[in-house]
Design a protein around this ligand. Structure first.
Ligand code: FAD
Length: 426
């Protein structure tokens, strides 16, 4: 068995640590921030006097790795699911509303049902989606699916691409979108249900994982930023955290579960995806509790700036993905722009100026373009005791919760495999 030093307490690091413990290894975690969760966490906002997430996150019922992780750590009952795969939408330009409702099974008869498909579309419009099957490695979503007179472009393909890949369809990889659609919509509504954290992201994903690790006696060293990996190609010999140095013994391994830019600073020879895309979120404290149709806590929006709206009690949280231009606006301007959309979506008085917290995640995910995806490294490095994890590594999945958690499990499996192959190597 190994003693494993996991660097980074985001979902990839936490998932890796949990799987290592399951496999019988011992683990120590080091995290630069004073808290765990990385890009998927919650905090108390004193302006709103509410706990908010760093950004709205959605899972899909096909995300089996994430759900399995939640089952292991005890967070599974902290997820909310609608009764079916319901995707309510409003077109902010004309007020039209509809709910896309794929039927549970894989034969997509919902496309034939006027009440279940996207408003303003006909069954034949959906056939265009089959073009994804022939997408080439370098094809972008727009190259494969765009057509100027196809109503599905603005109402389905574009919002779906931006939500799933956080990359504008003109640059996003068609193959990666295809992968997700084959795992979700193509399997039917049972695999496409949107799932949300009931109370907060930390309550569902992070707190249960920390409790699991505490129970296993795993130390998490907060405020420890790894500055240098010392060693040779034969093995990492020491972790340099500035004031603290951690020498590595022969049965010790390192899992680097940091972001792509940090990994490339620590390992200059490593090829990583270079471009990133921002996500802007705004949390708005409403004058009273609000409710959306059928009690579903989320709403897709087209025809405005805001893209998704999530409701928790009296807080409306809005997401704008691939927000390349919006991210440079001032917080006041962003608050004003998104409130116009939210007021319209919730039929509230647009003259109100509710307290709003704008959160800009400038490097929310890697850019999921064909060129950047080719730069995703495999988890196994040539250094025998060094393994990579993170949503940006080569998981075959988008840089999502599912991708991060999958990467952590893959890294843990590789630790076990390598320990079998190179015990006491250095
Ligand atoms: C606003 C926003 C919305 C999103 N929406 C969704 C969504 O709807 N659905 C979905 O599935 N995914 C979504 N994602 C993506 C998802 O959050 C990420 O893919 C996932 O959280 C990444 O986890 P990770 O562990 O790979 O990286 P991170 O969470 O970035 O974890 C890396 C950790 O390493 C630490 N670290 C960095 N450098 C060092 C160092 N030198 N030493 C020690 N520690 C270090 C960091 O502090 C961090 O805690 C969203 C992301 C954002 C930002």
């Amino acid at each position: 068995m190994a003693h494993v030093h996991v660097i980074g307490a985001g979902l990839a690091g936490l998932s890796c640590a949990v799987r290592l413990i399951e496999a019988g290894h011992t683990v120590a975690i080091y995290e630069a921030a004073p808290h765990a969760g990385g890009r998927c966490r919650s905090y108390y906002d004193s302006k709103l006097e509410r706990t908010v997430d760093n950004g709205n996150h959605i899972l899909l019922s096909a995300n089996t790795e994430a759900l399995d992780f939640l089952s292991v750590v005890g967070g599974r009952n902290r997820i909310s699911a609608p009764p079916g795969a319901y995707f309510p939408f409003v077109d902010l330009a004309n007020g039209e509303r509809w709910t896309m409702r794929p039927n549970p099974g894989p034969i997509p008869w919902w496309i034939l049902s006027h009440d279940r498909r996207v408003a303003g579309t006909r069954p034949y419009h959906y056939l265009r989606g089959l073009r994804l099957l022939a997408a080439k490695p370098d094809s972008t979503v727009a190259q494969v699916l765009y057509s100027p007179d196809d109503p599905l472009w603005e109402r389905l393909w574009k919002p779906l691409t931006v939500a799933i890949l956080n990359t504008e369809p003109e640059h996003a990889s068609a193959r990666l979108l295809r992968r997700v659609l084959l795992m979700t919509l193509a399997q039917g509504g049972a695999k496409s249900k949107p799932l949300t954290a009931t109370v907060s992201l930390s309550d569902t994903f992070i707190d249960p994982a920390l409790a699991y690790l505490a129970q296993a006696g795993t130390p998490i060293h907060f405020g420890q930023r790894l500055r240098r990996l010392e060693g040779t190609r034969a093995g990492i010999a020491r972790l340099d955290f500035g004031k603290t140095q951690v020498p590595l013994g022969p049965d010790e391994m390192v899992v680097l579960a940091v972001t792509a830019p940090v990994a490339s600073q620590l390992l200059p020879a490593l090829k990583v995806p270079e471009a990133t895309r921002p996500i802007v979120n705004a949390h708005i404290r409403l004058p009273h509790r609000a409710r959306l149709a059928e009690g579903i806590p989320y709403l897709g929006m087209v025809g405005g700036t805001a893209e998704w709206l999530f409701l928790r009690q009296d807080v409306a949280s809005v997401t704008v993905s691939a927000a390349n231009e919006l991210v440079d606006y001032g917080a006041e301007d962003i608050a004003r722009i998104v409130w116009r959309d939210v007021a319209r979506a919730l039929t509230l008085d647009p003259r109100l100026r509710p307290a709003t917290r704008v959160v800009k995640e400038r490097r929310a995910t890697i850019a999921q373009t064909p060129a950047d995806l080719r730069r995703r490294p495999k988890p196994g490095t040539p250094v025998p005791n060094l393994i990579l994890a993170g949503s940006w590594t080569c998981t075959g999945l988008p840089a999502t919760i599912e991708g991060a958690i999958t990467s952590g499990r893959t890294a843990a499996k590789l630790v076990t495999k390598r320990m079998g192959r190179y015990p006491h190597r250095r």
